[in-house]
Design a protein around this ligand. Structure first.
Ligand code: URA
Length: 429
């Protein structure tokens, strides 16, 4: 066998070739062990952005990412494991009501989550706004929580040993313009989910102005690639494509979204958040092979009991006061009519500028910062009435946030804007 080297692998992909299993294993292993330099891996990532990868290459690449670290195993738990992954959207707090709801239905939900970067918030940032709540849970404790029939769900930070090659590669892609590749995104997300040890997975692939993928075709391609990777790895995987042109619910920002999630668990909350929570819960419960209607479990308070237990298990006080920002500013409607558009991306950027998100990994976030939404598309509005309330501890952020919102709403004729469906498609193996 001829010796492998990074340059010939980069040039093979650059020229449109298909990489062999041995080449993929060698380059990912070399990158993990620093034998392949960052600039070589970045060049290979750029070649992959342009030339793509076949299904075989993508599966092998994903397996190599998994093999760079530890693979968790929850097969000995007394309950079926199932997880959800969202590709990220504005106001997407669904994990918060969903994880305890599905746990209350009888599944174990091991959810390894991340912190936010840019305009979409991170689930861990939201939960960290709860007094005392901690994201770091040792694997032995994770296992105890998952096995406990009164809890059953854990949302925590992934350990450094979970797909470490992906962690380094994602950081490299972020600064080399090489994030936008379906095989690289799919393998990045799925390597972490497969390594996490869940037996089943429901993917929520967001589509629209506030999402990573703006078109239905792009989202369908990513969802199909991820469902194939999951299926090839023996993970029961299904994907929903869901709309992200307008923010989910009526809040964007960490503590604001926790409060809204608790409203959902208490039987209230915005209709779109309830609908998406129940739709994803039904998919997860079906993937886990359970015969329970999540709507009953939400309605009778069992999901709330599991939420409280889940928060307490990670040191949080479910009755503790949530942080509130020190300053608010109201954005008002400038005409009478019906709100026909509220742009998710603009709201996400404004919430980020107010302090709810971070520009660089490791930056702090303001837990109380964000945006409360008083009118959603389809709602009648009157000139002068509040549309949005902006929250921040740093009032000097208001002008930049309001600038992001300058073209964020349209008030018009409702006949031209039938409400868009939330679930746009379903991709199964
Ligand atoms: N999220 C990930 O984890 N990886 C990507 O490549 C893109 C989004």
């Amino acid at each position: 066998m001829t010796a492998l080297d990074a340059v010939s692998i980069i040039t093979a992909k650059r020229d449109g070739g298909e990489l062999s299993d041995a080449q993929i294993d060698w380059v990912v292993d070399g990158f993990t062990n620093a034998a392949v330099a960052d600039e070589q891996m970045a060049a290979l990532a750029m070649a992959i952005v342009w030339r793509g990868m076949t299904r075989r290459e993508t599966t092998r690449w994903t397996n190599a990412m998994i093999a760079s670290g530890r693979r968790m195993d929850f097969t000995d738990l007394p309950r079926p494991t199932v997880d959800k992954h969202s590709t990220g959207g504005v106001g997407d707090k669904i994990t918060l009501p969903l994880a305890p709801l599905v746990a209350a239905c009888g599944a174990a939900v091991p959810q390894l989550s991340g912190r936010g970067l840019g305009h979409t918030g991170g689930t861990l940032d939201k939960l960290e706004s709860i007094p005392g709540w901690r994201a770091d849970v040792p694997v032995t404790r994770m296992r105890e929580i998952l096995a406990d029939p009164g809890i059953g769900a854990v949302v925590c930070a992934a350990g450094a040993d979970l797909a470490p090659a992906d962690k380094r590669l994602y950081a490299l892609r972020d600064v080399t313009g090489t994030v936008e590749s379906i095989p690289l995104i799919a393998s990045s997300i799925m390597s972490k989910k497969i390594a996490e040890g869940t037996a089943a997975l429901v993917l929520d692939v967001k589509v629209g102005s506030g999402a990573f993928l703006k078109t239905l075709d792009g989202a369908r391609e990513l969802a199909t690639a991820m469902v194939e990777l999951g299926t090839d790895a023996g993970l029961r995987t299904v994907a929903l494509l869901t709309a992200m042109d307008t923010p989910l619910g009526r809040t964007a920002g960490n503590a604001l979204e926790v409060a809204e999630s608790v409203e959902v668990l208490a039987g209230g909350g915005p209709a779109d958040v309830v609908e998406l929570t129940l739709t994803l819960a039904r998919e997860m419960v079906a993937q886990a092979g359970l015969d329970v209607d999540p709507a009953d479990v939400l309605a009778d308070g069992r999901a709330m009991d599991h939420w409280r237990a889940m928060v307490e298990a990670q040191g949080g006080d479910p009755d503790g006061p949530l942080p509130r920002a020190k300053h608010t500013e109201i954005m008002r409607a400038d005409a009478d009519g019906v709100l026909t558009r509220l742009d998710a991306m603009a709201v996400g950027i404004a919430a980020w500028r107010l302090g709810a998100g971070r520009a660089r990994q490791g930056d702090p976030v303001q837990f109380g910062a964000g945006i409360e939404i008083h009118a959603k598309p389809g709602d009648p509005v009157q000139a002068g009435h509040p549309l949005l309330t902006l929250h921040t501890d740093t009032p000097e952020a208001f002008p930049a946030a309001l600038a992001a919102l300058a073209d964020s709403v349209t008030i018009g004729n409702p006949l031209h804007s039938p409400p868009a469906p939330l679930v746009l498609d379903r991709i199964a193996p």
